[in-house]
Design a protein around this ligand. Sequence first.
Ligand SMILES: NC(=O)c1ccc[n+]([C@@H]2O[C@H](COP(=O)([O-])OP(=O)(O)OC[C@H]3O[C@@H](n4cnc5c(N)ncnc54)[C@H](O)[C@@H]3O)[C@@H](O)[C@H]2O)c1
Length: 350
Amino acid sequence: MEVVIAQSERLKAQKLAPTKKRQIGLGEPHAILVSGAAGFVGSKLARLFVDRGYPVFGFDDLSRGSRQNLSGLLTHERFIFEKVDLSDAGAVRSRFMDCHSRIPISEVWHMAANSDIAAGIADASVDLRDTFLSTFNVLNAMKEAGVPFLAFASSSAVYGDLGEAPIREDVGPLLPVSNYGAMKLASEALISAAVENWLARALLFRFPNVIGVPATHGVILDFVRKLRITPNKLNVLGSGRQQKAYLHVNDLIDAIVYLRANASERLGYYNIGPGDNGVTVSFIAETTVGAVAPGAGIEYGVEDRGWTGDVPRFSYDIAKISALGWRPQLGSADAVRKAVGEIVRQEGHL
Ligand SMILES: NC(=O)c1ccc[n+]([C@@H]2O[C@H](COP(=O)([O-])OP(=O)(O)OC[C@H]3O[C@@H](n4cnc5c(N)ncnc54)[C@H](O)[C@@H]3O)[C@@H](O)[C@H]2O)c1
């Protein structure tokens, strides 16, 4: 990925005085649009692109993300935040085209989605709206603006429940067991069709469980918050024997930017993970209790999964990304230890 050193004065002026839509010329500053920019992964990604010298448009409706996650960015001269509901086609089109006319957008990193699997089981419209429609509308705006590249945050949930064997990208059939997974898979399908028809290139990143800060959701945050309310006891959903791969967000960001630079397919799809068999929920519970409330009792449920739509055991085969030379810094256990410390600090326990 070519680094653009933005001319700050010129960009400031562009913030204030939108220019007419124009084609991206060689050597011209071009912008990256990050959707879900106020969320966990999106905010880290937006920060990285800004640090690398890109002008960045951050889109988010702040439904699950927050302005707090954008601290330092909101006032940055190369970052422009747009509060927009990506399921609203008209709003997406007008905000997208306006941004594109200020600084031509050359890439979209679509991170916005419903990130709460259980919420999507309770109300299927959540994933339809925030995951599928957001992708549909972003693609339509990209087509109209002629933006050639899309990076998409997909998920292990597209595979469904395939048991314990490490999952390769070419397994099938893909039968998700949650609406979340279903709408991610449907979004992948839309992107595939777009690449066939008009989109120059796309990368589908199948994330595992990603942990770290700024945490907006997830098992560690749940445990830390539960322990704040009842410091002597931690209730765990499910038997605690669920075992999954966890990747630290720093490794995740490293991987997706690495793939942008090193994957060569027009439509690339990659598992991203730590390359181990993961850790159990009981390991995460014990690590969190040890950091927050040593001595607290841990009470497990009886179900083999935490909630309907949960996949209790999965690990990834990461041979495909490994063949390109990418390696994670941390395995699942170290990622959990690091993230527990970070989230405990985020929540003000230390
Ligand atoms: N964190 C993980 O473990 C994990 C695992 C697999 C896939 N993913 C995917 O990675 C992406 C980022 O996840 P995250 O963990 O940062 O979640 P997150 O909830 O922190 O971030 C998602 C962001 O999207 C925004 N958003 C949701 N619906 C929107 C809408 N209709 N319009 C505009 N903004 C909207 C939310 O406000 C939030 O800021 C998501 O697509 C998620 O599905 C995450």
